[in-house]
Each structure stands twice: as structure tokens, then as C-alpha cells.
Write a protein that binds this ligand. Structure first.
Ligand code: SAH
Length: 356
């Protein structure tokens, strides 16, 4: 085992037996001192991966326009909780707030709430968003009640998943155990039946499936809150419209890595099962639709043209390249899905009015 956290996990398994992959993921990402999302600066060129708001300001600007439009549709409540889950470097929210400067009353009405566990990232968010006096929270349910606009980009993919494999005896949970050397983490199937079997699809032998209890629980909390207090949520992530195989992956320095190698130093994420989120929300949902379709409906092509009109040649090329990354069907345009959750009191949200 190469990391301190890896040795801690190995010791726990040696004492109590194999653990679900979700427990491994929760430790690897969330261990208070050694977890990846507690201490690493994951996003950006120097980090392990990059995200839509880091690719171009256009992403946050259009999300801002969407949020402001929803606020107006709600009847412009004041105050309104503007909540971001996992704000990263604060780039999306900074772009969104700059783009909505001209919406009368929006700034005065909003109270900014950032749900973030990562201490170095909170410092970055203070730099980018300090002017809006954000309140930070460890968990979504700490956000005070009231009408809310919620945004989450590449947040749900970081929530722990369980994995299952179909065998001749039925579905078995995939666990993390120890190799005979007593030190190396390995995958192993649980010997007995799993109580999750009723929630798993009909699969052939060898089929794999994932369930994120954390993702479903959070979607349920968001839906319940929106129905109770009013508001909207916009969830963007890579994933499936329905059903997922085994998608858990490890990324380090913009490259694939071993899931069980170097816990705490590697990003772990899984494709988001949007059908499960929508069902768990138990509230009106719209989508999921492709990110490319959503951004085009919100006017990203026009926004790119207006930025290019004020740009030099190399800046124009950079804007075109960013646009292609965000909306290209072979890039983020289709794999990334957008789901809106509403309160059932307001009209259809922008971007969602037609099927893709
Ligand atoms: N939304 C940003 C960052 C995505 S990375 C962007 O698009 O660039 C995931 C973000 O979620 C990081 O800010 C990370 O620190 C945070 N995060 C991950 N797991 C979390 C958890 N369980 N609770 C709160 N924040 C979490």
C-alpha cells in the first residue's frame, strides 16, 4: 500500500472483513484528514481533471441566465437561497453572478450558500466569491430553509456507489478485500445474496450494475426541499439517462489510474444514473437532456459570436475550441446530461421545451 490512507483501509479490512466499494470510495474521497476531496485542488490544468466552467466563461454565464430566469418565474422571491454543491474554484458561480448583474433585484435578493468539504477549495471560493459573503456548509441539509436555486456541476459523480455483479447464483455485491499478502487491496465478490437485488436490473451472467445511495438520498432531499419551500435545481454531470453498468473510474493527472491504488491521491468518480436521481427527487423533473442541446437552446452560439467580436485571432480560436468541447457530441455535448428539478408551481424551464 502506497498511501497512509491505503494502509488505514487495509487495517480496517483486516480487522472487520471486506467493505463495500461505496465505503472505500467514501473513505478515499472523504476521510477527514487524508481524503482526496478534503485536501487536494482537483480541478484545472494543474489538477487531475478539468470541468465545463474551467473550459469557458460561457458555461457559468448561461447557467446564471437560467437561474435568474427561474427566479423571475418564481415571482422574484427575496431572499432566495442560491446554493451551489461542490463549487470547485468558484468559477461557475462567479461567471453566473457577473452575467446576471443586470437583472434588477437579483443580487439584492440572493443569499449565497456553498456546500463544500474541501478546505483548500473553500479558500479559492473565498477569493472568487468573497464579495457575495457566502456561507459555507459541509452538507446540503445545513442550508437554511426558504425558496432556493440550486446548482451542481460534476458533484453527483463524486458520491459513493455500490457495485454489483450478476453470477449464476444471482446478484452479488462487489467488495474491497485484501490479497493474501495482507496489504494489497483487491476486488472480491460478497459470498451471499445482496438485499439490493430487487433494485437491480435483469442482467445476464457477468453483468454489472451500480447504485448510489448517497446520490439518491441527496436527490430526495433536494426534491423534498423544493416542493416544500419552492425553487429549482439544475444538475449537470456525465452519466446515463437510465441504468448504468460499472462506471467507477480513477483519474490522476488527467489520466486513468487504478481504482484501489493510492487512495486519497486519486480522484474517483462514477457515471450518474439520472433515472435514479429523477425518481428519487419525487418532484417534477425535466430532462435529462444533452449539455450541448441545453447550451445551444440557451444561446451559446450567439454568446460565442459576441465574445469573438471583441477578441483577437488567437482568442477567437480559443473560444471556438472551448465551444466545441462544451457542445460537441463527441466531447461533452452528449455524455454530459442536464436535469432540472422543480417545485411544480412554475412554468417549463428554459432549455427543456423540446425532446433532444
Ligand atoms: N463544480 C466544480 C467542481 C467539481 S469537482 C466545477 O464544475 O468545476 C467536485 C466538487 O465537489 C469539489 O468542489 C469538491 O471538493 C466537492 N465535493 C466532493 N464531494 C463532496 C461532498 N461529499 N460534500 C461536499 N462537497 C464535495
Amino acid at each position: 500500500m502506497t498511501t497512509e490512507l491505503g494502509r488505514l483501509i487495509a487495517r480496517r479490512i483486516a480487522l472487520t472483513g471486506p467493505i463495500p466499494i461505496a465505503d472505500f470510495m467514501a473513505e478515499a474521497l472523504g476521510h477527514p484528514r487524508l481524503g482526496y476531496y478534503r485536501r487536494v485542488l482537483p480541478v484545472g490544468a494543474a489538477g487531475d481533471f478539468t470541468t465545463a466552467p474551467e473550459i469557458s466563461q460561457m458555461f457559468g454565464e448561461l447557467v446564471g441566465a437560467w437561474l435568474a430566469e427561474r427566479w423571475l418565474a418564481m415571482g422574484a422571491p427575496s431572499p432566495v437561497r442560491l446554493v451551489e454543491l461542490g463549487p470547485g474554484r468558484g468559477t461557475l458561480m462567479a461567471d453566473a453572478l457577473r452575467a446576471t448583474r443586470g437583472v434588477p433585484g437579483f443580487r439584492a435578493a440572493l443569499r449565497l450558500h456553498l456546500v463544500e468539504t474541501n478546505v483548500p477549495l473553500r479558500a479559492e471560493q473565498r477569493r472568487s466569491l468573497g464579495a457575495f459573503a457566502p456561507a459555507w456548509h459541509e452538507r446540503f441539509d445545513e442550508v437554511p430553509p426558504g425558496p432556493a436555486l440550486i446548482v451542481a456541476n460534476e458533484f453527483f459523480d463524486a458520491l459513493p456507489v455500490r457495485q454489483f455483479q450478476k453470477t449464476a447464483q444471482g446478484w452479488r455485491e462487489r467488495m474491497v478485500g485484501l490479497a493474501p499478502d495482507g496489504d494489497t487491496l483487491v476486488f472480491a465478490l460478497a459470498p451471499g445474496a445482496t438485499p439490493f437485488a430487487p433494485y437491480l436490473p435483469h442482467g445476464a451472467d457477468g453483468a454489472q450494475a451500480e447504485i448510489s445511495e448517497a446520490g439518491r438520498g441527496l436527490a430526495a432531499a433536494i426534491g423534498a426541499r423544493l416542493v416544500r419551500d419552492g425553487g429549482w435545481a439544475l444538475i449537470v454531470d456525465y452519466g446515463y439517462d437510465s441504468g448504468a453498468g460499472a462506471s467507477l473510474q480513477a483519474v490522476r493527472g488527467h489520466r486513468g489510474a487504478g481504482i484501489l491504488d493510492d487512495p486519497g491521491e486519486t480522484d474517483l468518480s462514477a457515471h450518474v444514473d439520472f433515472a435514479a436521481l429523477a425518481a428519487s427527487a419525487n418532484a417534477p423533473t425535466f430532462g435529462p437532456i444533452g449539455q450541448g442541446y441545453f447550451l445551444r437552446r440557451l444561446g451559446i452560439l450567439q454568446r460565442a459570436e459576441s465574445l469573438k467580436a471583441r477578441a483577437n485571432k488567437s482568442q477567437r480560436a480559443a473560444i471556438d475550441a472551448a465551444l466545441a468541447r462544451l457542445i460537441g457530441p463527441d466531447q461533452m455535448g452528449t455524455l454530459f446530461r442536464v436535469l432540472a428539478v422543480g417545485d411544480g408551481r412554475t412554468s417549463l424551464p428554459a432549455g427543456f421545451s423540446e425532446a433532444e
